[in-house]
Design a protein around this ligand. Structure first.
Ligand code: FMN
Length: 163
């Protein structure tokens, strides 16, 4: 029996996650999209994955560059998350963002909580999505910030650390 689509979506929304912006550079410009379906895959070699809708405009750019950066957003970067998820503003998404670049050439979002710079190691077809596996070339953490959290279609914050 096929699972009820709305129930399936509701259960997926019950998965608390961080929020990332996956970026790349191709065709002489920067590209990026908000992605919460990010996961660690392997420690040796260091591999991660991101899952993107086949309709996403960022996909052909990653296919062209063979590289991407996973920018883990910090608390307070909800507006950036929304900007990189909005349809129709692709050309303006990087406006006023002074990005550094990792070894892959992909832009690093300023004041992100952490970043992983990757080269594409494998691509897997998965229904209406594509799974990009990235080999991590460089990593950075901003120890002064906390991560942005996403749960049930709303942004949240981690509880303060207990003493
Ligand atoms: C919090 C959040 C998480 C998202 N996670 C994903 C995701 O994991 N995969 C995906 O394909 N789209 C995800 N999206 C939707 C894309 O960001 C959105 O479709 C975007 O417009 C794609 O941009 P592009 O078509 O320019 O590549 C998410 C959106 C939000 C707000």
């Amino acid at each position: 029996m096929a699972i009820d689509r709305d129930l399936f979506k509701s259960v997926l929304r019950r998965w608390a996650s961080g929020v990332t912006i996956v970026t790349t550079r191709a065709g002489g410009r920067d590209h990026g999209m908000t992605v919460s379906s990010f996961s660690s895959v392997s420690l040796d070699p260091p591999l991660v994955l991101v899952c993107a809708d086949k309709k996403a405009n960022t996909l052909p750019a990653i296919a062209e560059s063979g590289a991407f950066a996973v920018n883990v957003l910090a608390q307070g970067q909800q507006a950036l998350s929304n900007r990189f998820a909005k349809i129709g503003n692709e050309a303006e998404r990087f406006d006023c963002l002074d990005c550094r670049r990792g070894p892959s050439g992909s832009p690093w979002i300023p004041e992100a909580h952490a970043v992983l710079d990757c080269r594409v190691a494998a691509v897997h077809d998965a229904g209406d999505h594509v799974i990009y596996v990235g080999e991590v070339l460089a990593a950075e953490i901003d120890e002064t910030s906390e991560p942005l959290v996403y749960y049930d279609a709303r942004y949240a914050e981690l509880a303060p650390r207990s003493a």
